[in-house]
Structures are given as structure tokens and as C-alpha cells.
Design a protein around this ligand. Structure first.
Ligand SMILES: Nc1ncnc2c1ncn2[C@@H]1O[C@H](COP(=O)(O)OP(=O)(O)OP(=O)(O)O)[C@@H](O)[C@H]1O
Length: 407
């Protein structure tokens, strides 16, 4: 792509004069984004760098970006993160913390959208890594150019632009950038994918081809979601926080659609940000052919004659508590005549035994045990789903059908 076209790419990717944040690590991609945005003008722009404190140079790198911003006349802030507890995946933890910090930063300044420097090469590397895991349509789908999360629109205007073009843009301005030493570290799957990709070019399998596939997969994914929502309207039913799926309906649906409905039901019931692993889901479905129930991903799946009931697993909510007015277990809103000293906890076995009329509620015992209870200390005040309303109601925020459209 001719370098001069970056301004028109940005006009499409970050349209309008509304305030725009730009997340700049100091690496080549995000630095080119910053400079191209500043040169294009016409937007109120503010840049942000997160200093993760993971490398000794991190503070210098943030100052490097601040210096360039000063030269460009763009306001800049450095946010620091020192939250690494030494457990789990450091890269993931740093990424999540970064998004949270930047979202808070943007909201506090009345900035509703933040641009990121992801390129076509990032897109292609992701596809290659996902292929290695045998991903399906969703896993191979392209990153969206606009994604709403944490109350912010995250814009990725450079998804069709190559890293090489951005480097050429910086070279033309004699602008250096920070080369992250981990970019050479082959312990990271992404770096290995980058190296392999370079060797695949003779096949014609380059970043452009992989990114094109990813875009088509994203379109296919939308079509499949629409199809899943249509099928759900016929074979799925929401029952006070549980989802009931017709077994004949699942059997008649194409395997991909049946799997989507199961995954969507599990994610909705468990408020899970991620889907269960494909092999775990397949194993659970096999188990259900001989056993009446199985637990998976925080859900209890029970075979009821010719239907499946997906309910919350009691053990998964046993330790969850919240104050009334805040969501309990990520999805329940419980309201009533609060006196200020109530907490929301699962009803549990004890709570259920204090609900003489629970059988009339018509929900299975296990579903009720995992349902929200209003407690004052160890005393049960209300159990809205188990026939002990006492003026309290419980409803889920987003319905199952709506969750199918939004995922
Ligand atoms: N420390 C950071 N501070 C601010 N924004 C960041 C930071 N790290 C990454 N980003 C933003 O997230 C985008 C994608 O992150 P990724 O980890 O792929 O970045 P990177 O490898 O550092 O690339 P880049 O060359 O864009 O800086 C970056 O292009 C940038 O917009």
C-alpha cells in the first residue's frame, strides 16, 4: 500500500472529530499509528502508554513516547501497572491489565474510543496459531475493526495494513521505534508463527492470504450466529436462569449449530467469558448418553426425557456473594425491601430446607440450590425462585436469546 494512503485508511477506521485515544507502546506499529493520526489532524487526540514495569527499560520507553508526543503536540499520559502476582500467564495478565487501565483512563477523560496498532500481520499470525490448535470458524475469525468492551470502542484501523508498510512510513520520517526484545523470543508462539509465516510465502500463503481467510471466517461466523439464534427460537427455552434444549432439535440441527447452542447456553448460565474447550464439551455430550447428568464449565447439564437442562452447578456458586443492587454470579439482579444488612448468596441445601414451598416452584432441586438467596447473616430472608419471595425478585440481566446475538 502506498504510504500516503494511511490518511484515508484512518479516515475510514477512525471517522469523525470525536475525541480519540491512541494506545502507544513505542513499538513500530503503534508509533506509526500515533504519527499518522497526528499528521492527519482533524481529531482531538490523546495518547497513552502503559508501563508494565516488566523490563528495566519500560519507564524509558514511556518517556520516549512522551517525547514524540510533545514534538507532535499530542497530549500523553503514562499509566503504571505493578499488579503481577507471579502466577498464571504473564502476557495475558499484562494485556488484560492494560485494557482495564486504558479503559479507565479514557472514560475519566470523556474519551469514548481508543485506537490500537494491530496490523494485518498480527491478524495472520493469530490465524496461524489458531490453525495449530485445530480452531473452527470462530477461532479463525478476524479481529473486528471496532469492538466494544469496558465501555469503550476499541478501533483497529490498521488491520489491512502490513507491518512493513508501517515501518516504511517511519523510515521515511527517520523515526526510530522500540524493538521489544521478546520479538526475538521463540518461546512465544506468536514469534514462532511470525518466523514460519515468512517461510510460507513461496506457497503464496502470506499474511494477506491468511488475513483474507480470517475476514471470510468472520462473515461466516455472523451467518452461523444468525442461524443459531433462529434455531434457538425453535428448540431452546429459558427457564428462570436455566436453559432447556430439545434433544431431537439438537440432533436435527447441523453439528456446528447444535454445538453453538450448547456453548451459548453454558456461557450464559455460567456468565463465562470463554467457551468450554471443544474436547471437554464433546466428552460431556458422550457422557450424557449413558449418565443422567454431567458437570461442565460451572454448569450442571441434566438429561430430562427428551430435553437437556443446562443449570448452574451448585458447587460453582457456593462461595459467591454480592450486595443487593449489584449483580450476583455475574447475571442475577435481586431487588426487594432491603434494610442494608443483607447479602446475596446461593440458596444452598440449608437455604432450600427453609423454603417449604420449593416444590411448587417447578424447578429442579439442583437449580434452586444454585439460585440466588437473600441472607441476613445465616438467616434466609428470601429465595425468589424457590417460592419464598418476601417482596424480593430475581431476574437475569441479558436474556439467553439476546446473548446469542451479542456473542
Ligand atoms: N504498553 C502499552 N501501552 C499502550 N498501548 C499498548 C501497549 N502495548 C500494546 N499496546 C497497544 O496494543 C496494540 C497491540 O498490542 P501488541 O502487544 O500486539 O503490541 P506491540 O507488539 O507492542 O506492537 P506495537 O508495535 O503496535 O507497539 C499496540 O499496537 C498498541 O496500540
Amino acid at each position: 500500500m502506498p504510504i500516503d494512503d494511511l490518511a484515508s485508511v484512518l479516515a475510514r477506521g477512525c471517522p469523525g472529530p470525536a475525541p480519540l485515544g491512541v494506545a502507544v507502546s513505542g513499538g513500530g506499529d503503534s508509533l506509526a499509528l500515533l504519527i499518522a493520526l497526528a499528521e492527519a489532524g482533524g481529531r482531538s487526540l490523546r495518547a497513552v502508554t502503559v508501563d508494565h514495569g516488566l523490563r528495566p527499560e519500560a519507564a524509558d520507553e514511556a518517556r520516549f513516547v512522551a517525547g514524540i508526543c510533545a514534538r507532535l503536540g499530542v497530549g500523553h499520559d503514562t499509566l503504571t501497572w505493578r499488579g503481577w502476582r507471579g502466577q498464571g500467564n504473564l502476557q495475558d495478565a499484562a494485556r488484560q491489565a492494560r485494557f482495564g487501565l486504558i479503559a479507565d483512563w479514557a472514560r475519566a477523560r470523556g474519551i469514548g474510543r481508543v485506537a490500537l496498532g494491530h496490523t494485518r500481520d498480527d491478524q495472520a499470525e493469530t490465524v496461524l496459531m489458531r490453525l495449530a490448535r485445530g480452531a473452527g470458524v470462530d477461532g479463525l475469525s478476524a479481529m473486528a475493526p471496532v469492538r466494544r468492551a469496558n465501555g469503550i470502542d476499541w478501533l483497529r484501523p490498521f488491520l489491512d495494513v502490513s507491518r512493513a508498510d508501517l515501518r516504511a512510513f517511519l523510515h521515511a520520517r527517520e523515526q526510530g521505534w522500540i524493538e521489544d526484545p521478546s520479538n526475538e523470543d521463540t518461546r512465544f508462539a506468536r514469534i514462532r508463527a511470525r518466523q514460519v509465516l515468512a517461510g510460507l510465502a513461496p506457497l503464496g500463503l502470506d499474511a494477506g492470504a491468511l488475513a483474507a481467510t480470517a475476514t471470510r471466517m468472520a462473515e461466516a461466523r455472523v451467518a452461523l450466529q444468525v442461524c443459531a439464534a433462529d434455531t434457538a427460537a425453535r428448540i431452546a427455552q429459558e427457564d428462570r436462569g436455566d436453559v432447556i434444549l430439545s434433544c431431537p432439535g439438537l440432533q436435527q440441527a447441523p453439528a456446528e449449530i447444535a454445538r453453538r447452542l450448547l456453548v451459548a447456553a453454558i456461557r450464559w448460565v455460567a456468565s463465562a467469558p470463554y467457551a468450554p474447550r471443544a474436547d471437554a464439551l464433546a466428552e460431556a455430550m458422550t457422557t450424557l448418553q449413558r449418565a443422567p447428568r454431567v458437570t461442565l464449565h460451572g454448569c450442571l447439564i441434566t438429561r430430562e426425557r427428551n430435553r437437556l437442562r443446562i443449570a448452574r452447578e451448585p458447587a460453582a456458586v457456593a462461595d459467591i456473594s454480592a450486595l443487593p443492587g449489584l449483580p450476583w454470579d455475574g447475571r442475577w439482579w435481586v431487588q426487594g425491601p432491603a434494610e442494608g444488612d443483607e447479602t446475596l448468596r446461593a440458596l444452598g441445601e440449608n437455604g432450600l430446607s427453609a423454603c417449604p414451598g420449593w416444590r411448587d416452584a417447578g424447578l429442579p432441586r439442583a437449580s434452586l440450590i444454585a439460585s440466588p438467596g437473600v441472607w441476613r447473616g445465616e438467616t434466609l430472608v428470601a429465595a425468589p425462585l424457590a417460592g419464598l419471595g418476601a417482596g424480593w425478585t430475581a431476574r437475569t440481566g441479558t436474556g439467553f436469546a439476546d446473548s446469542l446475538v451479542s456473542h
